[in-house]
Design a protein around this ligand. Structure first.
Ligand code: UDP
Length: 383
């Protein structure tokens, strides 16, 4: 604060900017999706630093990924964000902390990735200070205006200088939305993250032994979207759907439960599903290597996650999306994903369809994506 008052200008002048790149992370998927970009920058010895917004803060949602993916510790970490209850409050706390760090470091470029509040705060902070802004995973649209992620995507895309669209479909969304920045179709960095870590996961992960899954087939379940878990009727309906799937397939369903979902199930007194479905194996959130190992050996994944729709597509595991829409329509087009909605019968129906689907689709999310993005940054900003 003091620093801002002492400056005459509320923005940074171009000549003040250093050659540094600031990578903004703060959530589990953001850390995973930025890991190959960070690796690429390290290999090329580019000056960069990591700024952590503090949105995710528990060991298993945050630090575990820095350890597993061998990432440099954040140079700056915004404090007290965990105390925020509402989206605006959380975004405001992050925005203030990010601005303070950016004023100290004066990077030439801020990179945000994805659609969490972390990225909105990072994007606003950069834009307001006149620092170049790049959005990785630009142009995704679900059309579902209930989703905080959809608000964030649209705002971030609108104010970014460089838009790294994963696919032609996302590029079209940016054109339709009249985005002002330069658009590059690069693919999605999740491909690099999967390629770099799946082989390690195969040899290192012991999760299947720990869960007693010796060769047995299993399904995987994740659930955390606000529009699903913050409304009792939606959450109950999805859990009823999972119960139907468990009965129909007689297959273990591994459920690494998101901390917020755990709280909601208890708050809405829906614990009977957790204790009552005998095939359901509820575990704490797991690291990336364990998650990839479980995903790769699954017969089916049921999820409302964005990243997992992509990873299952890349690893050729059929996916049922527990939402009314997807911002990853490419997965549906290639045949790896079916959007089930949240009605229990529909979840069972889609699970049956996807269980027997032929797994011969092609990955629509590109290859060597991080290298392409770093090359573009180099040529656009001479960094
Ligand atoms: N993931 C993980 N451990 C888990 C659950 C998920 O490592 O217990 C990874 C998963 O592989 C994917 C990412 O977390 O890369 C997805 O995060 P999430 O579903 O929370 O967010 P979204 O992708 O929906 O933004």
């Amino acid at each position: 604060m003091v620093m801002i008052c002492m400056r005459q200008l509320k923005v940074l002048r171009t000549e003040e900017l250093t050659d540094q790149i600031c990578i903004i992370v703060g959530t589990r998927p953001g850390i995973i999706k930025f890991s190959p970009i960070i690796r690429e920058l390290e290999e090329r010895k580019k000056p960069f630093f990591v700024l952590h917004t503090g949105q995710h803060y528990s060991y298993e949602m945050d630090k575990l990924f820095f350890e597993e993916l061998i990432l440099p510790q954040p140079k700056h970490r915004v404090q007290h964000v965990n105390l925020a209850q509402y989206h605006g409050e959380q975004t405001a706390k992050m925005l203030e902390g990010i601005e303070e760090a950016l004023l100290k470091e004066k990077p030439k470029l801020v990179l945000v990735g994805g659609d969490a509040n972390t990225n909105l705060a990072g994007a606003l902070a950069a834009r307001k200070l006149h620092i170049y802004l790049g959005h990785i995973e630009a142009g995704l649209r679900s059309g579902d205006w209930r989703m905080p992620e959809e608000h964030n995507r649209i705002i971030i895309d609108r104010i970014s200088d460089f838009l790294f669209a994963p696919t032609e479909e996302s590029r079209k969304n940016l054109v339709e939305d009249n985005a002002k920045g330069k658009v590059f179709v690069t693919g999605n960095t999740i491909v690099d993250a999967v390629v770099q870590n799946a082989a390690i996961a195969r040899t290192k992960s012991e999760i299947k032994e720990r869960l007693g899954l010796r060769g047995e087939s299993h399904f995987l379940l994740t659930l955390h979207r606000e529009e699903n878990i913050d409304f009792k009727e939606n959450l109950a309906s999805i859990l009823e759907g999972i119960e139907l799937v468990a009965e129909a397939f007689d297959s273990k369903i591994i459920f690494p439960i998101h901390p917020r979902t755990k709280k909601r199930i208890s708050y809405f007194e829906l614990d009977r599903f957790i204790s009552g479905i005998k095939e359901l194996v509820v575990i704490d959130p797991i690291g990336y290597l364990d998650f990839l190992a479980l995903l790769e050996s699954s017969n089916l994944v049921l999820t409302d996650s964005g990243g997992i729709q992509e990873e299952s597509c890349i690893l050729r595991i059929p996916c049922v999306t527990l939402r009314d829409s997807t911002e990853r329509p490419e997965t549906v087009q290639v045949g790896s994903n079916a959007v089930a909605g949240t009605q229990s019968e529909s979840i069972l129906d889609k699970a049956k369809t996807m269980f027997s689907v032929k797994r011969d689709w092609k990955n629509p999310f590109g290859t060597n994506v991080s290298r392409k993005i770093v090359e573009i940054v180099k040529s656009e900003l001479a960094l």
